[in-house]
Every structure is written in C-alpha cells, then in structure tokens.
Design a protein around this ligand. Structure first.
Ligand code: AMP
Ligand code: GLY
Length: 428
C-alpha cells in the first residue's frame, strides 16, 4: 500500500521513516518533505504544499494512495480529513469539528470544563476594555493567549500587568495575530513541570503512547524565548504510572467522551500538554491534535509496534484491542537550529557530518533541510533533531551529543542540557 504523509518537519521525517518499515507499505510519499525524507529508503518526496488540499486530494486519487497521514495541525483545522474522507480516502486525523480542540483555545476550555478535567482558571474576552479591567483586578504573573492558531506564538507569559496589557492591545487592538487573536483568554499561571501526554484515540477508546517531554525554551535552564521545541526525550519520569493513570481517568477519557457527546468524536492523535504541579497533580495547558515535534522523533525511535497497525486500529475503532510496545531504552533528541532562531536566520548553509548520525542507535531526523546540487543545506530554523537510544537517559544523551558534535553548519546551535529534568529525578 502507498501512504502519503503531509508536512516537511522532523516529525514528518520520523513518521515516514517508521511507516516505511512496515511490511505492508510499498512506498511512503511525503508532501513536500525535506532532504531527510528525500534520502530515506522507501520514501519519496512529492513537490506539493501541505496546505494545498485540492492538489493533495487530486494527487492522492491519481496515485492510488490508500492512507493519508497529515503531520501539522493547520490543515486538520482547515478540514483536510473531512475532504479526503468525502472522496473515499482514509485519512488519519480528526475532522475539522474535532480539531477545534487545538484550533480554538476557548473551545478546548469549554470541553475541559464540561468534562470536569483540571486546567488553569481563565476568562475570555473579545473586547479590549473589559480585558484591561480584568487584568487590573488580578495579580501577576498571568498568561494571555490568542484563541486561534498562531504558529506557536500566541501565548504570552506576562510577568507584569504592563506586559499583560501590551499583549492584549497587540491581539485585540492591533490584531497582531489576525483572526486568531480576535478572542483572547487570560489564564492563571501554573507552576510545575511540563510533560506531553500523547495518545491515539478512535472516537471512543484511548491508547496512550509512551510519555515524553520537550524543551520549549531556546536556552539552557529553560531560559530565553519560546520555540517549537529544542529537544525531547521519552520516557518522561515526571509522568510516573500513578500520574499517567490520573491523566487517563481525569482528562483523556472524559474529554473523549465529551467530544462524542458534542457530536464531534475525536479520532487521531490527541496530545495533552500538561503542567504537573509540585504535588504531582496534572493540569491541561493545551491540546494539540497531532504528534508533537520534536516528541515524535524519540517516540518513533522507541516504538516497536508497526505504526500502520496502530493507525489502522484507530481508523477502525479497534484501539481497545490494540497494544503499543516500546523499546525499554530511553530515546533522546537534540535539535540543531540555525543561528537567530526563533527570530530570523540564514538559509542555504551546507551541512556536513550527517553520515556519523546514521546507525541503529542514532538517527538524525531532518526538519529544515533541502537539497541543493546534491548537497544537504539548511532551509529552516529547526534544522535537525539528532536522536539516540540508550540504556539510561544519560547514555542516550551522551550518544546524541556525540553525534551532534560531528555535524556542522554555519551558525548551528543547540541546547546543551536536553534531558536535564529526567536526570534530576530518580528513575520510576
Ligand atoms: P500552549 O501553546 O498553550 O501550550 O502554551 C505554550 C507554552 O506556554 C506552554 O508550553 C507553557 O510553557 C506555557 N504556558 C501556557 N499556559 C500556561 C499556564 N497557564 N501557566 C504556565 N505556563 C503556561
Ligand atoms: N513540541 C510541542 C509541539 O509539538 O507543539
């Protein structure tokens, strides 16, 4: 069977790499992919924009694609699954109605409240004056969020009242996020440790994947500006079996039940971004309706089950009978980024040393890379996620950093402390 993955990041490279290992897959096509997917055995790039639904659909029909796996969220929110299914194609992801869990933070809050799932207290505004008055009445820090998709930039942690006011003015007055910021949430600031709880959901049943954690801040010690993620590892010791059981019981199952009750059953990957309080209580920060990037890279390194089997069990509503088995080792991925990221950065820098990160224990998943005259060059902010397996977090980490040190391009940087929180905790 031929499968089509949409997107061009590290997550999509990891999904393509894993799916191509399935015996039942003859070819994985990636639209548009990157230099990593172009070079992956059994994988081929197609020069189509991941957001161009019409051309993707025409291509999938013409090429007899039997399974479509969308990588990023925006096409899901825009109805890619609805469109593919209407044309009779199998597409692994939520419908537009269910993808609102990520597409509208206000909608996600309504579902969380209706399900009784723990999350930060909040108020919602569409007009500036009442929002400013609300900010005056409460204490800092607080969190200001644009309701809609804002490419990971719509969340502002306001340490002071002035910062909160400036964020509100930007969103509601100057429309810095366009439509996405017409509605804003002012939310309580939660303390604790973040973790990613990623599960497959078939409308009714929830199959949790292995736990993981990413590092959103650019600099060591979780300092500096927020990014798409500078590295990730799995498993995440903060999600011990007791906390995981609570997340399933208090969050995942009630939310999935509420979505069914809303007439928008959720099917696909449901990723709850959690804050685990110092007392060990999980609370939802946000939902994503797709795999995390870079969490997907260590997860795919550890997944032993055929990914196609899991996707098909999800599409068939059979997740209650499915099992995911995991490599007991730890996987840890370090993102190598272009100097200047998450701001502006140069592109077209030649990357050398990639061969040193290609073994059964180490894999350099590509993100912002392209091919130019037979060479691999940079083409994005996050360039690679160098991922390694190891018997312990520290072994996976030293293996990943050793591979990183052999790869170079002008302006490359990475965090040097990926996995620090896991190392600070005793293993479960
Ligand atoms: P979100 O897109 O909602 O996950 O927010 C992006 C990042 O902002 C999260 O990964 C957290 O680091 C942080 N964040 C969001 N909401 C809160 C909150 N209520 N309290 C503390 N940090 C938050
Ligand atoms: N790693 C965070 C995300 O994928 O949203």
């Amino acid at each position: 069977m031929k499968a089509l993955i949409t997107g061009s990041g590290g997550r999509e490279h990891a999904l393509a790499w894993k799916l191509a290992q399935s015996e039942r897959i003859s070819e994985v096509l990636v639209a548009p992919g990157n230099a990593g997917t172009a070079r992956e055995p059994g994988v081929c790039n197609v020069p189509l924009d991941a957001a161009d639904q019409e051309r993707l659909l025409a291509y999938a029909l013409a090429e007899n694609i039997e399974l479509v796996v969308p990588g990023p969220e925006a096409p899901l929110v825009a109805g890619l699954v609805d469109r593919m299914e209407k044309a009779g194609l199998r597409c692994f992801g939520p419908t537009a109605a269910a993808a609102r869990l990520e597409g509208s933070k206000g909608f996600a809050k309504e579902v969380l409240e209706a399900s009784g799932a723990p999350t930060a207290g909040y108020r919602e505004f569409t007009a500036l004056e009442p929002a400013l008055r609300h900010v005056d009445e409460r204490s800092a820090p607080m969190v200001v969020k644009a309701d809609g998709l804002a490419a990971g930039k719509g969340v502002i942690i306001a340490e002071t009242h002035d910062e909160a006011r400036a964020a509100l003015r930007g969103m509601l007055e100057r429309r810095t996020f366009g439509e996405a910021g017409c509605r804003v949430l002012v939310e309580d600031f939660l303390e604790g440790e973040e973790a990613s709880f990623i599960a497959l959901v078939d409308g009714e049943h929830v199959l949790p994947l292995a736990s993981s954690q990413d590092h959103k801040a650019r600099d060591d010690g979780d300092r500096g500006p927020n990014t798409g993620g500078m590295g990730a590892y799995s498993p995440a010791p903060v999600l011990d079996p007791a906390v995981e059981a609570r997340v399933m019981h208090e969050i995942m199952r009630p939310v999935v039940r509420a979505m069914r009750g809303n007439g928008a059953p959720f099917r696909g990957v449901l990723y709850a971004g959690l804050m685990i309080s110092p007392e060990g209580d999980p609370r939802v920060l946000e939902f994503n309706v797709r795999f995390g990037d870079p969490e997907c890279q260590p997860l795919m390194m550890r997944l032993k089950t055929d990914l196609l089997d899991l996707i098909e069990a999800t599409l068939a509503g059979r997740l209650d009978q499915a099992r995911a088995s995991w490599d007991p080792r730890c996987a840890l991925g370090v993102v190598m980024a272009s100097g200047g990221y998450p701001g502006s950065y140069a592109k077209g820098r030649r990357i050398t040393g990639l061969d040193s990160a290609d073994s059964p224990l180490v894999k350099a998943f590509h993100a912002g890379t392209a091919e130019e005259e037979g060479e691999v060059v940079t083409s994005g902010g996050r360039v690679l996620c160098v991922t390694a397996l190891g018997e312990s977090v520290s072994k996976a980490r030293s293996r990943a950093y050793k591979a990183v040190s052999a790869i170079s391009f002008d302006g490359a940087f990475c965090r040097s402390d990926i996995g620090a929180r896991a190392l600070a905790r005793p293993p479960n």
